[in-house]
Design a protein around this ligand. Structure first.
Ligand code: NAI
Length: 323
């Protein structure tokens, strides 16, 4: 039987990864160099977005004779692929499970923030039916700039077209059917900017003090991709100055120690996140854009297939790093 150690696991992982084909053990702790010793006796570790797969972690996993890292997510910026190669550990991922889930969440956040639903919800529960401060704007006819026209960007594009928005896009690898512009044009013309590109050396801090300066005053920024795409302090300053009208953040640069956990007892030690959360024109969700029944079922189905293909058929399916 293939032995798989799941890291950073929650109750829903335990429920979704029930299978008689693997012997699974679920650890709540994240995978990092300090916890890699738990992989003793396992053939495979199953990791998630906020695990840290750096060189030292791979060295330790290799000592424990782990052969495969199966990511149950699509992004892999948390993985040092050179180290995976060096220690001959293969890495697989789930390239797509429900682009619509993420795109729909992006639109849900945008509509919530624009139409102040988050504030109205709290007011009416307190029998406060005043409308002061709840004025929104119509999306129809507004320009949305989509950065990254892969699976999720395309799904978001379809939704925005349905709303009657004008769509402009940027992607260094354009595909047919989209109105592409260069980044300065996208920044200058967009009323809403939505990020759907991966986090790489090239895209790190794509949204920074300089690029914010090029944007339209009052622009809304939606990030359901990776926190590192935005330089958080510049975002905060842009919000304070009123240059940025609103921010919908499903991901955050320093999310790994905070997201997916209940921090209500200890409070918030990250000052920038605390200040962002304190603003009425910011909505933060805890990297939950994918979190639907459909996506969870697909993630477990594809991850199990990836693991079984590797160990039973010797085939690397959805591989991103090969020994
Ligand atoms: P994808 O690989 O289908 O598309 C990414 C697109 O970004 C590609 O078209 C690529 O050409 C483009 N791109 C690459 N470099 C770029 C650059 N410098 N500037 C602009 N575009 C660039 O990926 P998919 O499935 O659409 O996912 C997008 C991102 O969404 C992932 O990288 C991941 O970080 C994030 N994600 C977030 C989830 C959540 O729950 N919040 C769930 C799943 C993915």
């Amino acid at each position: 039987m293939i032995r798989v150690a799941f890291f950073d696991s929650k109750d829903y992982d335990r429920k979704n990864f029930q299978s008689d084909k693997i012997e699974a053990e679920f650890f709540e702790t994240k995978l990092r160099r300090q916890t890699a010793y738990l992989a003793e006796g396992f053939d495979c570790v199953c990791a998630f977005v906020n695990d840290t797969l750096d060189e030292e972690t791979f060295a330790l996993l290799s000592k424990k004779k782990v052969k495969l890292v199966a990511l149950r997510c699509s992004g892999f910026n948390q993985v040092d692929l050179d180290a995976a190669g060096k220690y001959k550990i293969s890495v697989v991922r789930v390239p797509a499970y429900s682009p619509e889930a993420v795109a729909e969440h992006a639109m849900a956040m945008l509509l919530t923030l624009d139409r102040k639903i988050h504030r109205a919800y709290i007011r009416t529960r307190d029998f406060n039916f005043s409308l002061s401060g709840l004025e929104g704007f119509v999306l129809h006819g507004k320009t949305v700039g989509i950065i990254g026209t892969g699976k999720i960007g395309q799904a978001f594009h379809r939704i925005c077209e349905g709303f009657g928005m004008r769509t402009i896009c940027y992607d260094p690898y354009p595909v047919g059917g989209f109105d592409y512009v260069d980044l300065p044009t996208l920044f200058a013309q967009s009323d809403v900017i939505s990020l759907h590109c991966p986090l790489t050396d090239k895209t790190k801090y794509l949204i920074n003090e300089g690029t914010i300066r090029k944007m339209k005053s009052g622009v809304y920024i939606v990030n359901t991709s990776r926190g590192g795409l935005i330089e958080s302090e510049s975002l905060l300053n842009g919000l304070i100055e009123g240059k940025i009208g609103g921010a919908c953040l499903d991901v955050y640069e320093e999310e790994s120690d905070v997201f997916y956990e209940d921090n209500s007892e200890q409070g918030m030690n990250d000052d920038v996140l605390a200040l962002l959360l304190a603003r009425p024109n910011v909505i933060v969700t805890s990297h939950q854009a994918y979190f639907t029944k459909e996506a969870l079922a697909e993630i477990s189905r594809i991850t199990l297939e990836n693991i079984l293909s590797f160990f039973e058929k010797g085939k690397l399916v959805n591989g991103i790093g090969t020994a």
